[in-house]
Structures are given as C-alpha cells and as structure tokens.
Design a protein around this ligand. Structure first.
Ligand code: PDD
Length: 278
C-alpha cells in the first residue's frame, strides 16, 4: 500500500480518513495541485506552489494555514521518495472542518484538511482520440479547486475518449489538460485568462518553444481553425505533451503523432532533466 500524507502524518493511504464535515467534502471548498515526478524528480515545484497560493488567495483562505514552499517541498519530496516509480504527487488543502454544515464559513480559523498521495504515470501513448465537447464549466476555470464536475461532464460525454472543450465557438482547453494547435507550421494556444487553467506544463512549453525554434502564440483559437489543424497537442503535469490523433473520428493531419509534437515533447523533457526548482 502506498504511503499517503494527512495533516502532518505519513501512513498507508488506505488507513487514512477525513471528517465528514470537512468543507472539501461538502462544498469542494478545497484547492489542489498535481506535481509531475519525472525520472524520480519533482518538476517545477515552486511554480506549482505559487499557483496553489494564488488559488487559495482567490478563495480567501488564510495564507498562514497554507504550507510555505519549504514545508510543502518537504511533504512533496517525502511522498515522491516513499512512492518510487510514481508519475506525480497530488496535494489537496481544504478550508477546514465545520462544526455544522453551512455554506458561509463559520470562521476564518477552521482547521484545514491537508492530504497528499502519489499518482501513477500515464501509460506512454502514440496519441489519443478526442471529441469536441461544449465547455459547460463555470467562469473561474483559472482556479485549481477540486470542484471538477463540469470537467467530468465533458469527459462523460466523450465516451471514453479525451475531450477538446469549446465555448461559443472558441477552443478553451481539455478536461485535465491545456490545448495547443499547429496551423501551417505555427504553434498556437488559447490565452491564459479565466476560461482556462493556467497550466504549468503549458507555461513551460511556451518557454521551451521560444528557445527551441517553435515559438507559441497565445491567442483565441476558433473551432473552425481547430478543424484545419495539422496537429493538436494536450499538455499537463501527468502527460507532458501528447498528440490528439483524431477529433470526432476524423484524423488530425495524417492521424498519427506529428513531427512537431514529438520534437516539442523531447525539448520539454530535456528541460525537465535540468529543472532546478525542487
Ligand atoms: N490537471 N487544464 C485542466 C482543466 C487541468 O485539470 C490541468 C491539470 C491542466 C494542466 O495543468 P498542469 O500543466 O499545471 O498540470 C489544464 C491535473 C494534472 C489533474 O487534475 O490531474
């Protein structure tokens, strides 16, 4: 059984329990992060911590209840070291446990529930099939909270395939990844506004692309353009970069992982090997 973390303790994950009146359980009033573990090393830890703090701040969670980077790093390293071969570490922090159920927090001094565990790597793939699905999520998709029911609705509509979400004819992201589109040899990704999660992998890919000869333009991408794409990529902490080979059953490009996607993944993984934030 894998080692998990709960409120300062490390123990077998299946022996851990959290209170029913935790606001994370009742209202998804909890923030979370997934940090990739690549070749045994945590990647972009400081960036993930900054996003955790930003989301918690937007939810007005008391900052003194959240771990600082040093404490968080210790927890995350201990989980990565205790679970060799894992592909990522999940960390969740709720606003806390209520004396009784009430949507308005009883106080700003509740005791948070802090938990963590290891995630498996995604199996390597030559690409995934995806469906274009209407984005039915809320207006603050930039906040990484555990309220993911809109993301789940998208996945459930996709019959086992991945999704590319669109809102009003514009591509947003995928249910657990950001989206990049290659058009006439140039790489584009939707702007980081409130319609999408500001993915750490997305940001790293943009940085790596800028110095590796495949600059990325951040701009609105229409569904029409998506239909003409030479390549579509998904990026996330658990998948790095992978290709969408078919959209709604139609091949994207020649229906296999594109050459630029392969190159981008190699460039990104090279960057992972030199990452020094952990
Ligand atoms: N998901 N968009 C959404 C909706 C996501 O849930 C994620 C990450 C991303 C990519 O973000 P990042 O590159 O920082 O992992 C984009 C994680 C992996 C998850 O919930 O499992």
């Amino acid at each position: 059984m894998q080692t998990g973390y709960l409120n300062g303790e490390y123990a077998p994950l299946n022996e851990m329990n959290i209170p029913v009146l935790d606001r994370g359980v009742l209202f998804a009033d909890a923030v979370y992060e997934v940090v990739p573990v690549f070749e045994g090393r945590l990647i972009a830890l400081a960036d993930h911590h900054a996003r955790l703090m930003r989301t918690a701040g937007a939810l007005k969670m008391p900052p003194e209840h959240l771990p600082d980077l040093r404490d968080w790093s210790e927890i995350m390293h201990r989980l990565a070291d205790g679970n060799p071969g894992c592909g990522g570490i999940y960390y969740q922090h709720s606003r806390g446990v209520e004396p009784a159920r009430a949507l308005r927090p009883a106080s700003d001094d509740l005791t948070p529930t802090r938990l963590g565990f290891a995630l498996a790597s995604l199996p390597p793939s030559g690409g995934v099939r995806a469906r274009l699905i209407e984005d039915q999520r809320w207006g603050r998709c930039d906040l990484k909270t555990t309220g993911l029911i809109g993301n789940l609705l998208g996945l459930l509509a996709a019959d086992g395939e991945e999704v590319v979400l669109q809102r009003d004819g514009w591509v947003t992201e995928s249910s657990t990844s950001n989206v990049f589109v290659v058009l006439d040899g140039a790489v584009h990704t939707p702007k980081a506004d409130q319609r999408i999660l500001h993915g750490i992998t997305r940001a790293l890919a943009i940085q790596v692309g800028a110095c590796s000869g495949w600059p990325v333009t951040e701009r609105d991408i229409s569904v029409d353009e998506l239909g003409r794409a030479d390549e579509i990529w998904l990026t996330s902490s658990l998948r790095a970069i992978s290709a969408v080979t078919h959209l709604d059953g139609t091949p994207v490009g020649d229906g296999a992982e594109g050459a630029l996607c392969r190159r981008a993944r190699e460039d990104l993984l090279r960057r992972y090997r030199t990452d020094s934030q952990a």
